[in-house]
Design a protein around this ligand. Structure first.
Ligand SMILES: C=C1C[C@]23C[C@H]1CC[C@H]2[C@]1(C)CCC[C@@](C)(C(=O)O)[C@H]1[C@@H]3C(=O)O
Ligand SMILES: O=C(O)CCC(=O)C(=O)O
Ligand SMILES: [Fe+2]
Length: 390
């Protein structure tokens, strides 16, 4: 593969805000070509994280997360329901992470979803840029977010696209929004890839609704409440491609953050690198091909009135191997108002967050605030300020 590299043209001031970063980007285009940089020991300063956020080189203790047999739960066995509901409740009160097994997603589909990532990410940069993510949008190809941030850049490339189970209003047939995205953006050569990710997203959406039944039961609001809330979801599928890095002690594949979304269903390959912050310590969640890693996002924390936790997590990289992860981000339809069911609000548990819609929180994370551990609090203040302006 011809190595094509467009070098860094500027080292923007790390303290610059979004706007400054974009000005910098417009004036001094900065492009990150993983195929070149993954062999370099001299790491550009924008990718070097502050000492207090650098990954530690020691082997981390594994986070003990419960393994939930979701088909057993969905089959309605009362014993399985009780046990699954208890395990999920305990995990979500503490850190919001659990593993789902016996999930019913075809193992070959999962393998194909990993393998076909290479069809896209191993292309020359110019080919990948056909799907280039546009400023202010959250879908498309992004190489390490150079246009959005001016420092603490993640060592990764991503391809994100929308998924919705909605039927075409006019035709009544289910629209293949993912398949259409790949064909329209990348051409007929990617039809097979689009068909596969369409099928993968449909499987993720089905699994998400089963998990929403479990979360509803564990919160005492019944199986249907959250299932119905997310029936017509407008979700995001993200392919994370983490190139090898010669200085994995200085960089991060994905920086510490809480997912702003409702629920994340993640499948990581066998390389390992996902870490979760619990009780002030980073813990690893090790690869398990048969399991999906599921975590609560900020939006579901608001729906649960803060009872379930959206937790800080990050991804580290390594010298030898590229790492890949598939993240399905469940998001409610744009018109849905995010507010907890009345069973979760009382005098001991007053409302923690204002009413909002997912597009409001998404815009906040795309244009005003880099997702971290305080996104929901910062967003709540932003919403109050917006209200006081009108
Ligand atoms: C709505 C989203 C924004 C991000 C992708 C999805 C859910 C997770 C968000 C993100 C991964 C949190 C860390 C920072 C971020 C910029 C990233 O590293 O990719 C976030 C995503 C994004 O804004 O593109
Ligand atoms: O790649 C991983 O293991 C985590 C990625 C992640 O947290 C994200 O994309 O939100
Ligand atoms: Fe995440």
């Amino acid at each position: 593969m011809a190595i094509e590299c467009i070098m860094m043209r500027s080292i923007p001031n790390p303290s610059k805000s979004y706007q400054h970063a974009q000005e910098e980007q417009n004036n001094h285009p900065l492009v990150f070509d993983a195929s070149f940089l993954s062999h370099q020991t001299n790491i550009p300063q924008q990718f070097v994280w502050p000492d207090e956020e650098k990954p530690c080189s020691i082997e981390l203790e594994e986070l003990a997360v419960p393994l939930i047999d979701i088909q057993g739960f969905l089959a309605g066995d009362p014993g399985a329901n009780q046990e699954a509901s208890r395990l999920v409740g305990e995990a979500c009160v503490e850190h919001g992470f659990f593993l789902v097994v016996n999930h019913g997603v075809d193992a070959k589909l999962v393998r194909d979803a990993h393998d076909l990532m290479d069809d896209f990410f191993e292309q020359p940069l110019a080919q990948k840029q056909k799907a280039q993510r546009k400023l202010g949008e959250h879908c498309g190809y992004a190489s390490s977010f150079t246009s959005r941030f001016s420092s603490k850049l993640p060592w990764k490339e991503t391809l994100s696209f929308k998924y919705s189970p909605k039927h075409g209003a006019d035709t009544g047939y289910s629209t293949k929004v993912v398949q259409d995205y790949f064909r329209n953006t990348l051409g007929d050569n990617f039809n097979h890839v689009g068909r596969m990710y369409q099928e993968y997203c449909e499987a993720m959406s089905t699994l998400s609704l089963g998990i929403m039944e479990l979360l509803g039961l564990s919160l005492g609001v019944g199986r249907k409440y959250f299932r119905e809330f997310f029936e017509g979801n407008d979700s995001v599928m993200r392919l994370n491609y983490y190139p090898p890095c010669q200085r994995p002690d200085l960089t991060l594949g994905t920086g510490p953050h809480c997912d702003p979304t409702s629920l994340t269903i993640l499948h990581q390959d066998q390389v390992g690198g996902l870490q979760v912050r619990v009780d002030g310590e980073w813990r690893s969640i090790n690869p398990n091909f048969d399991a999906f890693v599921v975590n609560i996002g900020d939006t579901f924390m608001a729906l649960a009135n803060g009872k379930y936790k959206s937790c800080l997590h990050r991804a580290v990289v390594n010298r030898e191997k590229a790492r890949k992860s598939l993240a399905f981000f469940l998001c409610p339809s744009k018109e849905k108002v995010v507010k907890p069911p009345r069973e979760l609000v009382d005098t001991e548990n007053p409302r923690r967050y204002p009413d909002f819609t997912w597009p409001m929180l998404l815009e906040f994370t795309q244009k005003h605030y880099r997702a971290d551990v305080n996104t929901l609090e910062a967003f709540s203040q932003w919403v109050q300020q917006q209200k006081s302006c009108y």
